[in-house]
Write a protein that binds this ligand. Structure first.
Ligand code: TPP
Ligand code: MG
Length: 924
């Protein structure tokens, strides 16, 4: 950084020299330039004041020229303190003026061949557009996006040609979260690189049309060798990227990964930043000094319907938010054509004008003529009109925004890449639908533009000089130069020098062995009458696994400030809480055996109260097998009500991303979580687990069931390499944990087994989770008081039973005349006589989901409705899932069969305290 070249140059050096963490508080003397520039009036000093100002500025220049920007910075600090001490409240702004953060003199020489790179980029633009238009010509309404990539092409091309490294022997490679709607551009590049053949690129959004096809957006589930991160549900990419960057530091600090300069790049839309997830974790990134993280926000000022901030400025808003959070913010607003104008901007009129125009108006300039631009933008101040008087209208109109200028973008990316100690964000101003001209450039409809007519295609073709003739233009042919053409050689050489192609997704690395059986043994033996909860059993199992020689190091416990709720505090001491700086204070409970121990090599990710953040960590850990070749096994334990219900979309993304690991829903069950009431009591989460195709969901009642499921899960996911993950609920009700009856493992894993067979059983009782004990008690009541023998079945997973039965049913439908397959649940119960009563602590739809494969239509008891604050007994009575209700339901079903007199049922209800005239709890 030079010492400045006079008033403005030196001042701009100071702005450019700022990084998010350098401790410089930028409390400017002209704040209106730095905010949205709306209050120019405040800059109208009288003559005396003007003179005084001039003297101050001259003094400043003198200091700057003589001693440089650092001295000026200190001087400002001193002045600010002094003024503060004298009671002056200085204006605060987290913003810098609406100009590029990096001044022209701060730019490094461009290291590439601009001309050839432009050629390559133009071809990408054409092919990406052709892909969408062709797909929509073939099938109207199939969709796709042209304008997102059109605005972001330069940002990506600078990345691909100069920054994004592929994994090689010597380097782990960078990880790029591509903006989902920009996928046509990524496919176009892969096509140009020769990774995706012509037939495939022509099957965009036609995955079944003709193999192979291309999915709409980045989906690792659908392209497991290509896409790494599902980003298209907006907001999930940014938060996942932040926690991923932090997880890399965790792996490094724990000695599981070689430290490197690997970067995570996350590309997002400016509209996308309105999603709470996008900005929700930005303070964490700064706090954790994630200098391995770079956000690039494509600020095309538009979202789907219209402007992101018509009446304000999204770039300034984001700058303030990210600078305030401690990020290194780099604004790329103006292209090089503006540099000479800014250099002549003696009294800051241009900068002020740039600051006062709102985004909606900037959008208007895109669709208007150069003349309009001149009059409306420059015409506000006579000196500005004078400044551009020699620039013709069309040239004025062509002056680029920063995000379309490769030199500006390169300089910004380089600054971000080199930043140490804090994450960086590049705010790049672009035009949505850049290059589409009349077909949509800057228009409100551009996001939805999927079709170009012949005239529009010609304009596009000519603007980007694509060698497609007028005769063939209407067929919109893809264009890929021969491999020996200079642009192709350049493109390949750039990728080669950066280690190869990206994105690239890799399969499971070096599979680990199974943990020692000892880790599970104690749970199979039961507690010998001692009453413990399945949560306690789980925490003990987790502690055992953490000690295991084979997998101990790989286990990643994750909690959102609930460790004490789940009785996990012993783990604080055992494995420590991860903290990059270690523990810089003496914890208040240091004398306690189980003190709050933070450590650099701590293993627990204590995320604080953020289920979205915790799930993002879960995804980072659960996909590390692919992204880092490390088979970390995450166990994320949380309040079950705040899991699938609250952050279900992240769970969906985890499924798409082929994430592995265990989601542990604690304090689960609508009636088992006593006291907490309506917002906490979960009777839903298992139902919400149904639609996630690769999520195995279990509601175990006993510690041995849970242990068998976890062991099977580790085998399936990590040893056999299946792309599934697990949701297991655990409860906080204490009861004696029985020993596992022999030979039950298979049934536990498949979803049902007979727990208590009864001689001469007349009725089948199905129970799961904590309600299994109520069902067991009901069986005793039925036997002891009514002479009705009942079989008790433990259902560990209705979802598994349902999935397997649907599979069998489908096969049978498609294979008439062949020996039909019998679903497992049907096999289990086929010889079981009498009515079936199924009771669950979850909504009735869950047991109901297997009804058609049971020998009899079951009577289903479940906990539909809003929870209440009360004890378990009262809750189970209210929701009609206690032993009394199960017993009465069984007797009632038997009475319909003519096995029991109706009067006996009525009397039983009275004797057992079942109020038959209460309204249904679902409506209460
Ligand atoms: C969570 C979520 N909500 C809504 C959408 C639908 N959607 C797709 S793109 C888009 C507009 C995107 O605007 P922006 O983030 O500014 O990206 P741009 O295309 O302008 O780069 C919307 C609303 C989505 N994909 N995800
Ligand atoms: Mg946008």
């Amino acid at each position: 950084m030079g010492t400045g070249t006079g008033k403005k140059g030196g001042w701009r050096d100071m702005v450019a020299g700022q990084s998010g963490r350098d401790g410089v508080e930028y409390t400017e003397s002209c704040p209106d330039l730095c905010e949205n520039g709306m209050s120019a009036d405040s800059l109208a000093p009288d003559a005396e004041e003007s003179l005084e100002n001039k003297e101050w500025l001259e003094s400043l220049d003198e200091v700057l020229d003589r001693t440089g920007p650092d001295r000026v910075r200190r001087l400002f600090g001193e002045l600010a303190c002094h003024a503060h001490g004298r009671g002056v409240r200085l204006p605060f702004s987290a913003n810098t003026p609406y100009i590029n953060t990096i001044p022209p003199e701060g730019q490094v020489p461009y290291p590439g061949d601009l001309e050839i790179e432009k050629r390559i980029e133009d071809l990408m633009r054409w092919n990406a557009m052709a892909m969408v238009v062709r797909a929509n010509r073939e099938e109207a309404g199939i969709g796709g996006h042209i304008s997102t990539y059109a605005s972001a092409a330069t940002l990506y091309e600078i990345g691909f040609n100069h920054f994004f490294r592929a994994p090689t022997e010597g380097h782990p490679g960078d990880l790029v979260y591509f903006q989902g709607h920009a996928s046509p551009g990524m496919y176009a590049r892969a096509f140009m690189e020769g990774r995706i053949p012509l037939e495939q690129i022509d099957n965009f959004r036609h995955e079944f049309h003709d193999k192979p096809g291309l999915p709409s957006y980045p989906h690792p589930w659908l392209m497991p060798d290509f896409w790494q991160f599902p980003t298209v549900s907006m907001g999930l990419g940014p938060i996942a990227a932040i926690y991923h960057a932090r997880f890399i530091k965790y792996l490094e600090d724990r000695g599981l990964k070689e430290p490197s300069d690997q970067k995570i790049w996350a590309f997002l839309g400016d509209g996308e930043t309105d999603e709470p997830e996008s900005l929700g974790a930005i303070t964490l990134a700064a706090r954790e000094h994630l200098d391995n993280l770079i956000f690039v926000v494509n600020c095309n000022l538009q979202r789907l319907d219209g402007p992101v901030r018509g009446n304000a400025k999204i770039i300034q808003e984001l700058e303030a938010a990210f600078r305030g959070a401690g990020w290194n913010v780099i604004k790329v607003i103006w292209g090089s054509e503006w540099d000479p104008l800014l250099a002549r901007d003696r009294n800051w009129s241009l900068m002020r004008r740039m600051g006062e125009v709102v985004d909606g108006q900037y959008q208007k300039y895109v669709v208007e003529s150069g003349e309009y631009f001149r009059n409306d933008f420059f015409g506000k101040y006579p000196e500005l009109l004078e400044m551009v008087k020699d620039i013709p209208d069309d040239e004025l109109h062509r002056m680029r925004r920063g995000g379309h200028d490769p030199e500006k973008v390169y300089a910004a990316f380089k600054r971000a890449f080199e930043c140490q100690g804090s994450p960086s964000i590049v705010l790049a101003k672009t035009i949505k639908g850049y290059g589409l001209g009349e077909a949509g450039e800057g228009k409100n409809i551009t996001h939805q533009q999927k079709k170009l007519n012949e005239a529009e295609l010609r304009v596009f073709r000519t603007r980007f000089d694509i060698p497609v003739s007028d005769e063939e233009i209407d067929t919109i042919p893809f264009y890929r130069p021969a491999d020996d053409r200079p642009e192709m050689q350049y493109l390949q050489a750039r990728r080669k020098s950066l280690g190869g192609y990206i994105p690239v997704r890799r399969p499971l690395a070096n599979k680990p062995g199974m943990p020692d059986d000892d880790a599970f043994a104690e749970f199979l033996e039961g507690t010998g009458g001692r009453e413990v909860s399945t949560t306690m059993a789980f925490v003990r199992l987790l502690a055992n696994l953490l000690k295991d020689k084979e997998i101990g190091k790989l286990v990643v416990p994750i909690v959102p400030d609930e460790a004490r709720t789940f009785g996990m505090e012993a783990l604080f001491r055992q494995v420590g809480i991860y903290s990059h700086p270690g523990q810089l204070y003496e914890p208040v409970d240091r004398d306690n055996l189980l003190y709050y121990r933070e450590a650099k090599n701590g293993q627990i990710l204590e995320e604080g109260i953020t289920e979205a953040g915790s799930l993002s960590s879960f995804i980072a850990a659960g996909t590390a097998y692919s992204n880092h070749g490390i088979n970390t096994i995450p166990f994320f334990i949380f309040y079950s009500m705040f899991g699938l219900q609250r952050v279900g979309d992240l769970v969906w993304a985890a499924g798409d991303g082929r994430c592995k690991g265990f989601l542990i829903g604690g304090t689960s069950g609508r009636t088992t979580l006593a006291g907490e009431g309506l917002q906490h009591q979960d009777g839903n989460s298992h139902l919400l687990a149904y639609p996630v195709p690769n999520l195995m969901a279990y509601d175990p009642a006993y510690a041995y069931e849970m242990a068998v499921i976890v062991r099977d899960g580790i085998r399936r996911m990590y040893v056999d390499g299946e792309d599934v993950f697990y949701y297991i609920t655990v409860m906080n009700e204490n009861y004696a944990q029985p020993a596992m009856p022999d030979g039950m493992s298979e049934g536990i894993v498949k979803g049902i087994y007979r727990l208590k067979p009864a001689d001469g059983a007349k009725v089948q009782l199905l129970g799961s989770g904590a309600i299994l004990n109520e069902v067991g008690k009901a069986a005793d009541i039925l036997g002891d008081r009514y002479g009705v023998a009942a079989n008790v079945w433990s259902v560990t997973s209705y979802k598994e039973l349902c999935r397997e039965a649907q599979e069998a049913e489908r096969w049978n439908t498609l294979h008439p005349g062949e020996e039909p397959r019998v679903p497992y649940v049907t096999q289990c119960l086929s010889d079981a006589p009498g009515p079936v009563v199924a009771a669950s602590d979850y909504v009735k739809a869950i047991p109901g989901s297997v009804a058609r494969w049971l020998p009899r239509t079951p009577v289903v008891l479940g906990t539909d409705g809003f929870g209440r604050s009360d004890g378990r007994e009262a809750l189970r009575d209210f929701f009609e899932v206690d032993a009394a209700h199960v017993a009465v339901a069984a007797l009632s079903a038997l009475s319909r069969d003519g096995q029991v007199a109706a009067e006996v049922v009525r009397q039983a209800a009275a004797d057992l305290g079942v109020n038959t005239e209460r309204p249904d709890p679902v409506g209460r």
